[in-house]
Design a protein around this ligand. Structure first.
Ligand code: NAP
Ligand code: MG
Length: 402
């Protein structure tokens, strides 16, 4: 059988540690044998980022802007330990943060569900998708350590210089800490719009939570801008049968535990970071959580929500067998391929993505799983596959289906 031709390129971003090993296996066994595809390759492995002074990350983001669709492997965000471990010049910023900043995108995380894995929360019957505002707040902050008594202020100087605004944050009498955060109306608006688009296309209800009772300006601005965008798209939402709810963030957390799922939960940047991990754990394994970055002008970057699975990589380096879940990484590829097919009007590419996903789900539902899923299935499984074994089984199923 001939290979399926993918019309336009996909931007491929390689990464680090265990996920880099998995990435290669996916390409060799599940992608290249079946597809004729032009992959624009960027090596975002931490060493290569260091060698290029992180230029490669910026280039990759620009390439996504050009080609419209990207797929990314998990990468190390270096901290002090990593600088020593990889002999880096400095603690380069998070590549995901850099790419999000350049694309001004919103990240949507959705768990992959199978019939034989029940979520930890009994009421959850359908996926809960988290829409994470991917700009600003804690992630674009300025902070410093106060070493002794003194006054910390917020100063805003208008571009025309007139009417400087000044607020005292704190009169320090001793050591402490200060942080300045910001967001922009433009970014909040595109976030709201991306969420509305996602909810409409997936036909799921939309929730947004913040803490406007305490933060009467900062959080309240989020609530207002979000509300304005929803009002603008009221008709569209109604036609799709979608309801919008604003909740206080603590209420949202309480409600989500009693909800059946099948909703998009729009979160501020930090909330999205934290609750996406909670929801991922609740649905099973981090290895089953997918992630897509959507820019307001319709560019898409797909990845797994988890990191580079460092502990497993160290086992791998010692020559020990690993059983790392590759499902979210495989679904990053199928997400990118399906979107490519949709944008190129090539249904055969979309159909291939569907088949590959069916092969993965089929394996899991017939009891072929990695170790992380063993204890989660009903009934629990005794036997599990190695990292390579699982991907091999998916490849066999895929071949059988084709
Ligand atoms: P991690 O990769 O998310 O893994 C943490 C733990 O979760 C693993 O040790 C493992 O638990 C479990 N796990 C995660 N993914 C799994 C999978 N696919 N299959 C099976 N188990 C899985 O976090 P980390 O190891 O603490 O972080 C490593 C690096 O990842 C860090 O340098 C961080 O900067 C980076 N990171 C990158 C991204 C990204 O690129 N999107 C996101 C987050 C973190 P057990 O040990 O119990 O088996
Ligand atoms: Mg997180």
């Amino acid at each position: 059988m001939g290979k399926i031709k993918v019309k336009r390129p996909i931007v491929e971003m390689d990464g680090d540690e265990m996920t880099r090993i998995i990435w290669q296996m996916i390409k060799d066994e599940l992608i290249k044998p079946f597809l004729e595809i032009d992959l624009k390759y960027y090596d975002l492995g931490v060493k290569h980022r260091d060698d290029t002074n992180d230029q490669v990350t910026v280039d990759a983001a620009e390439a996504i802007k050009e080609h419209g669709v990207g797929v990314k492997c998990a990468t190390i965000t270096p901290d002090a330990d990593r600088i020593t471990e990889y002999k880096l010049k400095k603690a380069w910023p998070s590549p995901n943060g850099t790419i999000r900043g350049i694309l001004d995108g919103t990240v949507f995380r959705k768990p992959i569900m199978t019939k034989n894995i029940q979520p930890a929360v009994r009421s959850w019957k359908k996926p809960i998708t988290i829409g994470r505002h991917a700009y600003g707040d804690l992630y674009k902050s300025q902070e410093f350590i106060v070493t002794g008594p003194g006054k910390a202020e917020i100063v805003f100087t208008p571009a025309d210089g007139a009417g400087v605004a000044r607020l005292t944050i704190k009169e320090f009498t001793g050591p402490g800490i200060v942080m300045g955060i910001h967001n922009t109306d433009k970014s909040i608006r595109s976030f709201a719009r991306a969420c509305i688009n996602y909810a409409t296309s997936e036909k799921v209800d939309l929730w947004f939570g913040a803490k406007d009772t305490i933060s009467k300006k900062y959080h309240a601005r989020f609530k207002d801008v979000f509300g304005e965008e929803v009002a603008k798209h009221r008709e569209e939402l109604e036609k799709a049968g979608i309801s919008y709810r604003y909740l206080l963030i603590d209420d949202a957390v309480a409600q989500i535990m009693k909800h059946e799922g099948g909703i998009l939960w729009a979160c501020k940047n930090y909330d999205g970071d934290v609750f996406s991990d909670m929801v991922a754990a609740g649905f099973g394994s981090l290895g089953m959580m997918t992630s897509v970055l959507v820019s307001p002008d319709g560019k898409f970057e797909y990845e797994a929500a988890h990191g580079t699975v460092k502990r497993h990589y160290y086992e791998h380096l010692k020559g020990n067998q690993t059983s790392t879940n590759s499902v979210a990484s495989i679904f990053a590829w199928t997400g990118a391929l399906r979107k490519r097919g949709e944008l190129d009007s090539t249904p055969e590419v979309q159909a291939f993505a569907d088949r590959l996903e069916r092969a993965v789900i089929g394996c899991i539902e017939s009891g072929i799983v990695t170790k992380d899923l063993c204890r989660l299935t009903t009934p629990p499984l005794e036997k599990y596959e190695t990292t390579a074994g699982f991907i091999g089984q998916v490849a066999s199923r895929l071949k059988a289906e084709l």
